[in-house]
Design a protein around this ligand. Sequence first.
Ligand SMILES: Cc1cc2nc3c(=O)[nH]c(=O)nc-3n(C[C@H](O)[C@H](O)[C@H](O)COP(=O)(O)OP(=O)(O)OC[C@H]3O[C@@H](n4cnc5c(N)ncnc54)[C@H](O)[C@@H]3O)c2cc1C
Length: 452
Amino acid sequence: MKTIQEPARQIPLYGEYEVVVLGGGPAGIIAAVAASRAGRRTLLIERYGFLGGMGTAAGVTNFCGLHANVHGEMRRVVQGIASDLLARIERLGGLNAPHLVLGKILAQAYDTAAYKIAADDLLGAAGVDILFHALGAGVAMRDDRHIEALFVETKAGRQAVRAEIFIDCSGDGDLAAWAGAPFEVGDDQGHMLYPSMMFRLNGIDPEKAGDAWRTIPALMEKAEAAGTHKFPRKAAIVRPQRRPIEWRVNFTQLKREDGSAINGLEPDDLTRGEIDGRRQALAAFEFLRSVPGFEQSYIIDLPPQLGIRETRRIIGGYRVSGEDVLGCASFEDSIGVNGWPMETHVAGDVIFTFPPIPESRGYNELPYRMLVPQGVDNLLMAGRCASMTHEGQSAARVSGACFVMGEAAGTAAALALSGNTIPRDIAVEKLQDTLRQQGAFIGRDQKVPEGL
Ligand SMILES: Cc1cc2nc3c(=O)[nH]c(=O)nc-3n(C[C@H](O)[C@H](O)[C@H](O)COP(=O)(O)OP(=O)(O)OC[C@H]3O[C@@H](n4cnc5c(N)ncnc54)[C@H](O)[C@@H]3O)c2cc1C
């Protein structure tokens, strides 16, 4: 590759914080609130002008992983600060009642506008400083193991932000990778979960459409057998939002020419994925217009970006695995739980694999060690880039587990600062006590919360 030399320059210092969180998705929102509520001067940096991460920027519009199927009974196992966020979305009229998925687990749809506003309010109430429209672009290291500052590109040019502890909630592990933390990408052959371009339809006749989410997969099979259509994947998810004239469509699958998944770390792949994603959305829409109740529908939203499920996974003190998910693993350093099954987006299909239900308790614990990277001392990571195997990440990447990880990371950063130590060395029992006091359910011998 040809290169050019960038001249050395002095970078203005935007600010000095105790905690800086990169990325305002589900993990980053809750991490920033947790650190700030604990009294730490906290800045959240986000490249877009709104919060929510894939949940808003990629049009996901549906929370998975808030619940677990505990011996056949549904329970909301993600509590703590996430409950405050959900209550705010609910107050704005933007939260659906939970709905059943595959007869085994609950998910809960929401309106993206309500999510964005509720997240702004939550951070505002907690006193978090926010810097929108700032793309994290690199780090300056104090030494091999300590990040001195994060560089961000803004409309006012490049700026630097200093912090005592950084939390990488970029989803892609950008900050951790720049700081030199080890990471993995994909399965043992480098295959990543396939991305999708989500979209939403409006103008649906709810009476006529009925529970079309049950019949659409069979209609797709019929259309393929008749040779009239060829779909990018099976297992299309087409379901109503809070106002049932509006439905979300999770139907597409984006690949390279060689059939492998679009790589969310490669600009040319992302460009192709965005354009192909919109093409696939249009083709899916044209098919859906043949479904009873959808005749007058139209595309009301194509989100700002392609939905990326998996890129870098930073290696920490423990990697949560597929066996941990299916075996409902317990950990002494548990900081919360994941009740979502493995959900692997493979070529042409989506495969869900559940722990045994109702025999098992239906959730695995998430260890604090998955948030603590190897090699860098003033850094934590939370969300889909935390320390998991490819299979483990296919489950614990969903919003519920990201909320859990965010709350633990923000709280751990505050505890490290007050104990004058590094995140790796904090007393985990203290973290667990604090999380419980904040209303979180961390598993262990804590009673599983009642209700939904
Ligand atoms: C198509 C699709 C469908 C999905 N369906 C569901 C579902 O139904 N339910 C569910 O719960 N989960 C679903 N998921 C998974 C879930 O949305 C994500 O795994 C989750 O949002 C990850 O949260 P996060 O906070 O780790 O990262 P993200 O949500 O990816 O958020 C990261 C944030 O960091 C910002 N950022 C990244 N890099 C930088 C940088 N360098 N500088 C500044 N900002 C940066 C991004 O703009 C973003 O706001 C889906 C994902 C996809 C892609």
